[in-house]
Structure formats: structure tokens, C-alpha cells
Ligand binder design. Structure first.
Ligand code: 4AZ
Length: 278
């Protein structure tokens, strides 16, 4: 994704309406300073369509932010998932222009204004080598090696590309009414590859992406600021990390599902990086 596209989107206009251009929403540094992404005018918004996450519901859910002064809420710009005690999986597009020292991770509370938030520095960063190939936003994953372990339960990674009924996604992104201090979560219907490719002709790389959303009605989705965070499926008592919030045209619009990096598709590449960090 080139700068121009990002800027297009960062102006907060033209979602789903930028002629010919993929209006890929992008969670930039200081997302809260941006205009909230407005869902299409025929959709009353009011993550989109979700509800607050309970403490402990997704312990691995972390915020990604910039170091410095100010609250975690003010500095958070993306999400992530703890996959080992000192490793966070996020989206490549969240960190592609950053060095490790430009990043911190917020864990320990679903409320970014809580005193329980733990801020951890990032010691090393690996952006997927094939990010943006063969199409823009393909292989949208990156790993952060933390300066010290965090005291949260990691989530297991998906290993087999699978079809699902519904998935759950969560984060501190735009609800349609701004950015919430308390993470939100929502159930989103799984969208198969054929329907996803039909929604976004020539833009979906099914070998590294999956889609979720209510194609017919819209109303439930991840949105700007949720990028890098998890989309999950329950497996018994546990949850499995199926994907990483990546892109979409606008948020929660009918016909425009959310697109996610599909963890099972690059699970081996992730394991290789982890092995190198041990
Ligand atoms: C974003 O910019 C973003 N509706 C995340 C997800 C979606 C759109 C934008 C999907 O972080």
C-alpha cells in the first residue's frame, strides 16, 4: 500500500467511494487524532456493532502504541495478540515504517485508561518478507519481540486453513462514534474465499487473507484502530487465533467485508521467526 492511499484514507473520506482506488483504511500513528471512520450514511453505527470486552475475556489482546507521555489511550494505534510470553503478532501495515524503539505494547487491562495497564518496550521487530506480495496487503503480519515477558495467557495460532460459521474480533478501533477506551468485541460471520474475491475483485490473495462480515446487511466489523488485533474462533475452552485485522472498504458496510491476514497460511513462517528468536 503506498503513501498516497494511506493519506487518502487518513483524510477520513471516501470510504467505499474512492473511484477505482482501494480505500484501504489504515490505522496510523495517533489514530485518535484522526477523524473517526464514518460508516456509510445509510448505516447507523452504533469494533462496529459490538460490546465491551470483559476483563479476562481475551487476555492476549494487547494495544500497540507509541512511546512517550500521555495515556495509553492517547498513544494506542493498533491491536495485537500475545502468542508467547514475550512475542506479539500484529499487522505488518501497523509497523512497516517503525523501528522497535518507536513501539510499545499495552497489556493487563481491556481499559486503556486503567492504572492496571502495563507498558512494555519492543526489543525487535520482524515484518513479513512477502508483505504486499502478490497484491497490496497480502501477508499482512509482523512479530514484535518484547523487551520483557508480559504476564498474560498467549493465544494458540491457527494451523489449518478452515471454514467457519462465526468468528470473534476485538479491539480499540473506531465504533462509528469514536475510539473507545474499553476494547470492544463482536461476532462476525465467516465469508468464504469465493464470496470475498467477488466482493473485492483482484484485491484478495486467498493464500494469505480471509474475510468476515455480514455481506448482506453490514453492521458488524472491525474498523480503523483494530488493525493488527485478533479474529478468533473458540476451540473447546480455548480460543484459536485465526486471523489478524487487516483492511476493508470502510467499516461494516453491506457488500464490503473485513479482510484479515489468515494465520494458518503463514503459521510456518511465524514459527521460523520464533525459532530464530529463541
Ligand atoms: C483499519 O484501518 C481497518 N472493516 C481495519 C479493519 C477494517 C477496515 C479498516 C475492516 O485498521
Amino acid at each position: 500500500m503506498d503513501r498516497k492511499r494511506k493519506n487518502l484514507v487518513r483524510l477520513g473520506t471516501g470510504f467505499g467511494a474512492v473511484a477505482g482506488a482501494a480505500a484501504i483504511a489504515w490505522a496510523g500513528i495517533a489514530a485518535h487524532a484522526e477523524e473517526p471512520v464514518k460508516p456509510s450514511s445509510d448505516f447507523e453505527a452504533q469494533i462496529i456493532g459490538g460490546q465491551p470486552v470483559e476483563e479476562g475475556q481475551y487476555p492476549w489482546l494487547v494495544g500497540l502504541g507509541s512511546p512517550g507521555e500521555g495515556s495509553a489511550y492517547d498513544r494506542q494505534f493498533c491491536g495485537g495478540s500475545v502468542i508467547a510470553e514475550d512475542v506479539v503478532l500484529t499487522a505488518a501495515h501497523c509497523v512497516e515504517d517503525s523501528a522497535a524503539e518507536d513501539l510499545v505494547v499495552f497489556s493487563g487491562s481491556i481499559d486503556l485508561e486503567s492504572e492496571d495497564v502495563v507498558e512494555t518496550a519492543v526489543a525487535d521487530l520482524h515484518v513479513a518478507e512477502d508483505y504486499n506480495a502478490p497484491v497490496a496487503m497480502a501477508n499482512d503480519w509482523a512479530l514484535l519481540k518484547l523487551a520483557e515477558p508480559v504476564d498474560v495467557e498467549p493465544i494458540a495460532l491457527g494451523t489449518e486453513p478452515t471454514e467457519f460459521e462465526t468468528l470473534e474480533t476485538a479491539g480499540w478501533g473506531d465504533t462509528g462514534e469514536g475510539f473507545p477506551p474499553i476494547a470492544q468485541w463482536v461476532e462476525v460471520p465467516f465469508v468464504n474465499d469465493a464470496d470475498c474475491e467477488a466482493a473485492y475483485p483482484d484485491e484478495v490473495d486467498a493464500a494469505s487473507m480471509l474475510c468476515a462480515g455480514d455481506i448482506e446487511n453490514g453492521g458488524v466489523d472491525s474498523c480503523q484502530g483494530d488493525s493488527g488485533g485478533p479474529i478468533m474462533t473458540p476451540a473447546g475452552d480455548e480460543q484459536v487465533l485465526v486471523g489478524i485485522v487487516s483492511w476493508g472498504y470502510g467499516c461494516a458496510e453491506a457488500g464490503n467485508p473485513g479482510v484479515y491476514g489468515e494465520v494458518a497460511d503463514f503459521n510456518d513462517a511465524i514459527e521460523e521467526v520464533l525459532a530464530g528468536w529463541e
